[in-house]
Design a protein around this ligand. Structure first.
Ligand SMILES: *Cc1c(COP(=O)(O)O)cnc(C)c1O
Length: 409
C-alpha cells in the first residue's frame, strides 16, 4: 500500500487549471457543441463572482448561518490511544447541515446561479447526499429543483429521496443502463442542453468539464483553510500528514489545496478498494485505471481495453464512480499527493471502532480515510500530527451497516 514520503518541488497551485481547464494533460472540456455556450457563460460568471467581495461575503455568511461553519477540528483522543502513534485530529465536516461537506459546493453554486438570474436548478445524485444538499439550497433560495437519480439508487436510498421531496425537489428516476450515478449524470446533461437558458446544473464533485473541477474545488477550499488556522491554534504548527477519501475528489482537494505548497505536509487520498482490486470489484481508479474521457473530462478511468466503462463496486455509494477528478491525476503524476485504498471489510470494522471509541458515527465514505489513517498513525511517532477529513456523518449508512452485520432493526 503506497504510503510514500514525498517532497514536491515548489508549485504554483493557483495557476491551475489553465484557461482551457487543463491540469497538465488532464481536465479540459469534452462536451457536445450545444453545451459549449453554457459552460463558457458559467466560466465567465464564476470568474467575475470569485473576484467580487459581495459574492464572497454572501457565501461566507451562508456557510456560517446555513451550513454551520466553521466545522470543528477535533482531537480524537481515544483513537489516538488505540493506535499508540501520531496524534489524530478529525476535521468535522460531518457536523455540517445536511450531513457532509457537499453543502459547501451546493451553497456556492446556488448563490452563483441566483447571480446569473437562473430560476431552475438541476443536479445528479448517487447515494442522494448531493441531491439532499442541492434540494436544501433550492428550498432556501426559492429555486425550482429537479434531481436525477438512477432507479436502482432511488430504491437503495429511499430515505434520501423522501428528504429531497420534503424540501420541494422533484426526483426523476433514470431507467437507462445500470440505473445508477453515471446514467443520472447523462440525463442531467441532456436536461441542461434542452433548458440551458434558465437552468443551472449543480454538479456534485470536482469532476466534469471546465469550470466545474476548479469551481467545486474553490468552494471546498474552506475546509483546508479552516484546518490550517485550527491546527496552528491547537498545536502551533502544521500537521505532518493529512488524509481524505476520494470519490470524485471534492472533499479531498478542498482539504489539501491550501497545503499543496507545504513540502513538509504529506497528503494522501484514499480510494474505494471494494471487495479487492479485481475488475468490477472496486472503484480505485489509480489501481488499474487508464487515461480516458468520461462525462466531459480527461482523467483516470476504470475501463476495459475497448474503452467501455467498467462496473465499479464499493460499500459506499459516494465513492463508487469510474472516474477521478482531473486535478488528482495531475498531483499524483507530480508525486505531490499519494493514493491508497481501503476495502469494504476494513471499512465495516473501523466504522464500528470510531463509533465506539469516539461517539462519532462516520459516513462509510469518510471511513475509508479513517482506515488508512489508523494504519498510518500506528506507523508514525507520538510527536507527529495526523489530520483526517471526516467528510460526512454515517446516519445515512446505519440501515446498510445493520444489514451487513446481520442485525434486524
Ligand atoms: C459524496 C461524498 C464523498 C465523495 O465525494 P468527493 O467529491 O470525493 O468528496 C465523500 N464523503 C461523503 C460523506 C460524501 O457524501
Amino acid at each position: 500500500m503506497p504510503t510514500a514520503v514525498t517532497v514536491a518541488p515548489p508549485l504554483d497551485r493557483l495557476s491551475l487549471p489553465d484557461a482551457g481547464g487543463h491540469f497538465g494533460r488532464y481536465g479540459g472540456v469534452f462536451v457536445p457543441e450545444t453545451l459549449m455556450t453554457a459552460l463558457e457563460e458559467l466560466g465567465a460568471a464564476y470568474d467575475a463572482a470569485r473576484k467580487d467581495p459581495a459574492f464572497q461575503g454572501e457565501l461566507r455568511a451562508q456557510l456560517k448561518h446555513f451550513a454551520g461553519r466553521p466545522s470543528p477540528l477535533y482531537f480524537a483522543e481515544r483513537l489516538t490511544q488505540h493506535c499508540g502513534g501520531a496524534k489524530i485530529y478529525l476535521k468535522r465536516e460531518d457536523t455540517l447541515h445536511t450531513g457532509a461537506h457537499k453543502i459547501n459546493n451546493a451553497l456556492g453554486q446556488a448563490i452563483l446561479a441566483k447571480r446569473m438570474g437562473k430560476q431552475r436548478i438541476i443536479a445528479e445524485t448517487g447515494a442522494g447526499q448531493h441531491g439532499v444538499a442541492t434540494a436544501a439550497v433550492c428550498a432556501k433560495f426559492g429555486f425550482e429543483c429537479v434531481i436525477y437519480m438512477g432507479a436502482v439508487d432511488m430504491e437503495r436510498q429511499a430515505l434520501n429521496v423522501f428528504r429531497m421531496r420534503l424540501m420541494g425537489a422533484e426526483v426523476r428516476g433514470v431507467e437507462a443502463g445500470q440505473k445508477t450515478l453515471k446514467e443520472a449524470i447523462n440525463e442531467a446533461m441532456r436536461d441542461w442542453v434542452t433548458n440551458v437558458r434558465g437552468t443551472h446544473y449543480i454538479l456534485g464533485s470536482a469532476l466534469g468539464s471546465h469550470p466545474y473541477p476548479m469551481m467545486v474545488r474553490d468552494f471546498h477550499r474552506v475546509i483546508g483553510q479552516e484546518t490550517r488556522e485550527q491546527i496552528l491554534a491547537a498545536e502551533g504548527r502544521l500537521p505532518d500528514e493529512m488524509i481524505a477519501c476520494v470519490g470524485g475528489g471534492s472533499n479531498a482537494i478542498g482539504f489539501f489545496f491550501d497545503f499543496l505548497e507545504e513540502a513538509n505536509v504529506r497528503l494522501i487520498g484514499v480510494e474505494a478498494g471494494g471487495r479487492g482490486i479485481r475488475r468490477g470489484d472496486h472503484a480505485a481508479r489509480f489501481e488499474g485505471g487508464k487515461l480516458g474521457v468520461l462525462q466531459g473530462c480527461k482523467t483516470y478511468i476504470l475501463q476495459d481495453t475497448d474503452g467501455q466503462i467498467e462496473l465499479t463496486h464499493s460499500v459506499s455509494a459516494g465513492l463508487d464512480y469510474a472516474a477521478i477528478g482531473p486535478e488528482h491525476a495531475f498531483y499524483r503524476d507530480r508525486n505531490r499527493i499519494d493514493y491508497a485504498y481501503a476495502c469494504d471489510d476494513e471499512v465495516l470494522e473501523v466504522f464500528q471502532l470510531c463509533s465506539r471509541l469516539e461517539g462519532i458515527i462516520p459516513a462509510l465514505e469518510s471511513t475509508h480515510a479513517l482506515v488508512h489513517g489508523l494504519k498510518r498513525a500506528k506507523q508514525m511517532r507520538k510527536d507527529e500530527i495526523l489530520v483526517i477529513n471526516l467528510s460526512g456523518r454515517g446516519d445515512k449508512d446505519v440501515n446498510q451497516v445493520a444489514k451487513m452485520l446481520g442485525v434486524k432493526l
